[in-house]
Ligand binder design. Structure first.
Ligand SMILES: [Zn+2]
Length: 263
């Protein structure tokens, strides 16, 4: 890691080594609906780096060709990205699909439908983990997700509890490579690298849940060259460090398929 801007991450990963700990990270990419040149680029990076990828897929208007693109052998897990990625919040409110703007049963019916669609399209590659669009979900919906077959939740920011409700494991993302308000550009590495190192340090120092893997959030359809370069370099540099590892979603979210089935 000769590049000075990566030094802060190297120092932090070394600190995990010195404490005899293994730093865990994971990679979530959102908004896949079907094949695209950007998705193919993402999968090439996954193939080359061999870093497990958790792909949050939108069930509505899903292109079945996506299943063919995710060939056997690739370490790609499919997560459920809401249902239609449609905003139901009013003007002036923050965008939200899974809020309290509609009757809860409507929301849950969509979750069940999305679950079934992803399971029948992707089989074992699909993990019953919900990634709410815009990383927002009404607290009142959470207790009902396990009844829809969902056993995991992933939003953004350090989790407060490992299981926000019984039967639902939460593992979030913590670093977003895109600057959504500043023109949907890739954020600069001088802010991204300290954020990755900062979450790892907060875990090591016990300021956040140390057991929650540090999540890197990407959006393949919105990457500029800077974002692509950063992501690829981060994947490689973390992989190269002896005390850091990328975890697959299957390892982060416990298998509760035997105890929870959709009703
Ligand atoms: Zn999204």
């Amino acid at each position: 890691m000769a590049d000075l801007s990566w030094r802060e991450l190297e120092v932090e990963l070394d600190a995990w080594s010195e404490e005899g700990q293994a730093a865990t990270l994971w990679w979530r990419d959102d908004d896949a609906r079907g094949p695209s040149p950007e998705l193919e680029r993402l999968l090439r990076i996954q193939s080359r780096t061999r870093v497990p990828l958790s792909l949050a897929v939108i069930p509505e208007r899903l292109d079945p060709a996506l299943a063919r693109l995710l060939q056997e052998g690739r370490e790609v897990a499919v997560l459920q990205h809401g249902f239609a990625h449609r905003n139901h919040a009013g003007a002036g409110e923050k965008s939200m699909e899974l809020g309290s703007h509609r009757p809860r049963e409507h929301v849950l019916d969509e979750m069940r439908l999305g679950f079934e669609r992803l399971q029948s399209t992707f089989g074992d590659r699909f993990l019953p983990v919900l990634v709410p669009p815009w990383n927002r979900i009404a607290a009142g919906v959470l207790p009902f997700l396990p009844r829809c077959g969902l056993r995991g939740l992933s939003t953004f920011a350090p989790r407060k509890r490992a299981d926000p409700v019984p039967g639902l494991r939460e593992v979030n993302t913590h670093v977003d490579v895109i600057d959504w308000r500043g023109g949907r550009r890739g954020r600069e590495r001088r802010v991204l690298i300290p954020e990755v190192a900062g979450h790892l340090r907060a875990r090591r120092e016990g300021r956040v849940d140390a057991e929650e893997a540090t999540g890197v959030l990407t959006h393949h359809l919105d990457h500029d060259e800077g974002a692509w370069t950063f992501v690829e370099e981060l994947l490689e540099r973390v992989s190269a460090h002896p005390s850091a590892s990328w975890r697959c979603a299957r390892a982060l979210f416990p298998d509760r398929s035997a105890e929870l089935r959709p009703e």
